[in-house]
Design a protein around this ligand. Sequence first.
Ligand code: ARG
Length: 243
Amino acid sequence: MKKFLVAAILAGVSLSASAAETIRFATEAGYAPFEFVGADNKIQGFDIDLANAMCKEMQATCTFTNQSFDSLIPSLKFRRIDAVISGMDITAERLKQVSFTNAYYDNSAIFFAQKGKFTDLASLKGKRVGIQNGTTHQKYLMDKHAEITAVPYDSYQNAVLDLKNGRLDAVFGDTAVVQEFLKQNPSLGTVGDKITDQSYFGSGLGIAVRQNNTELLGKMNDALAKVRQDGTYKTLYTKWFQQ
Ligand code: ARG
């Protein structure tokens, strides 16, 4: 047996297709607390911790790469990656292209601007609002608020920079991410109420896999259920959202 193992290793044969499957995740890591690049240059955040906990459950090796948000679904379809975890809302439109795990987070969206400058969404009429390319925020603005000028960015941080230096009037994003930015920038504040419109943000965040990849989808849903049951999910939720 030992001889066979050595021979197999020398021949470059993968011994462990099932024992140590590799799942290639991609994300856009400019979206704290879901995913961001830490001081050590490593991608971290709630999504990464959750994916790693699920990978441990699946006995899989997981890798994470960072790329633009609007390239994530195309990369999945082209098989460059196996899964997307990126604070991604489960939407009917995306479900035409990919499959999603069960929801792992209840999402909502909110606008923010210089404190006291705008009272409500109506006051943003004709104003420049930053959104990230390929997001539900972009689609929501285009569909529902044609009176607001949507300014697309690849990097959410750059949108916030432009808000701070006056090139934008407001920015629109996921509530938890906005709260994180507000913590770091006390001169900024939210505008209007949280938006939970089901058809855009309401069905929660999910992990996307290719549509025909039912095996991986099943494993992931099992792993997600497991980490919810054993308390890991709760620990991670508290770590990233309740401090
Ligand atoms: N929740 C929004 C969406 O699904 C934005 C997600 C952006 N995520 C990121 N990691 N940049 O479209």
